[in-house]
Design a protein around this ligand. Structure first.
Ligand code: DGJ
Length: 314
């Protein structure tokens, strides 16, 4: 009898763990397809938005929901390709992020858009909105913020509700930040250079009144060394604080690339680093690398773990 109960409970315990690099399944048993993504916490539920990938193709933006971060339910396509528009099939929709605007009560999605047949030359930021968190989102427009090229990107909402777009510009040489308009639908002209070091894959978070920005180098789908910059103000100055990754393969970000830093709701000082381990031969097979962020006297460390759970946080 005791053995039977143990066997019955084992899957529950093994499920409640993060296993970076393993295949992750949704609640129906299908493989998660949500790459280069971001997570929004909304009314007790986490929503994970990301790139739906085919072998190489970009197939729109998917969304999954979870109440506990371990178990993800597929909610459908948040944004699908639309023929005859900027987001027709053949375009690239990368690194989507969604934030909620309290004033307009709208969910606002930004992503990196490349136009069909143009490789990575268009370098545009694109915006879509929805009244419902899971969408479907309505594509609004794409542009180069203040005329600047815009490729890898992220969004950050500060404590006062002001939102920012952090983006790789000038053929990825420059990392820039632009304050968004109050409705979050466009960039304002408060747009400035953070540093010019040929970085991409920005993931920004705030801890103890300080801002931290993890980025990668620019080597296509191949892994490289991450770095972290710190600042007292979003507009800088940003100070380089080395590579936050530690342990084996830390010099190539554990074969992955930064995507997002998720603050865990209801836990103090608890952040999850989210990276992608890209499989360029079959992008949909790319893996998720979730790792806990630790702080040593305000310096950030991210160590590889084969398996871990939320109990690592206090
Ligand atoms: C690196 C970027 O971070 C990815 O999002 C993607 O654009 C690849 N480059 C394409 O090579």
């Amino acid at each position: 009898m005791r053995l039977f109960i143990i066997l019955l409970l084992t899957p529950l315990f093994t499920f409640a763990q993060f296993k970076p690099d393993s295949i992750w399944y949704d609640t129906k048993g299908d493989t998660l397809n949500v790459h280069g993504g971001g997570i929004l916490y909304d009314h007790g539920t986490y929503y994970w938005f990301g790139e739906k990938r085919g072998k190489g193709a970009s197939e729109g933006v998917t969304v999954y929901s979870s109440s506990n971060l371990y178990k993800w339910t597929y909610e459908g396509m948040a944004l699908s390709t639309v023929e005859g528009s900027d987001i027709e099939s053949g375009c690239l929709m990368e690194r989507p992020k969604v934030i909620y605007n309290k004033k307009t009560k709208q969910y606002v999605m930004w992503f990196h858009l490349e136009l069909k047949g143009k490789g990575y030359a268009a370098a545009r930021a694109a915006v879509a909105v929805s009244n419902k968190v899971t969408g479907p989102y309505k594509y609004l427009q794409s542009f180069r913020p203040n005329g600047n090229m815009s490729r890898d990107m992220n969004l950050f909402v500060d404590d006062d509700g002001t939102a920012y777009h952090i983006y790789s510009s000038h053929e990825n040489w420059d990392m820039r930040i632009a304050r968004l308009s109050d409705d979050y639908l466009s960039s304002t002209t408060q747009d400035s250079l953070l540093f010019s070091k040929q970085r991409e894959a920005p993931a920004l978070f705030k801890y103890h009144h300080k801002y931290y920005l993890i980025t990668s180098g620019c080597t296509g789908w191949a892994p490289n060394k991450a770095s972290i910059h710190e600042a007292e103000s979003l507009f800088g100055p940003w100070k380089l604080a080395g590579n936050p990754m530690t342990g084996p393969h830390a010099d190539i970000t554990f074969y992955g690339q930064s995507t997002f830093i998720l603050p865990v709701h209801g836990k103090r000082d608890a952040f999850i680093y989210i990276g992608d381990k890209w499989d360029p031969k079959n992008l949909k097979n790319s893996r998720y690398q979730w790792l806990p962020v630790t702080f040593r006297n305000d310096s950030v460390e991210i160590a590889w773990k084969d398996m871990w759970d939320l109990n690592v946080f206090k």
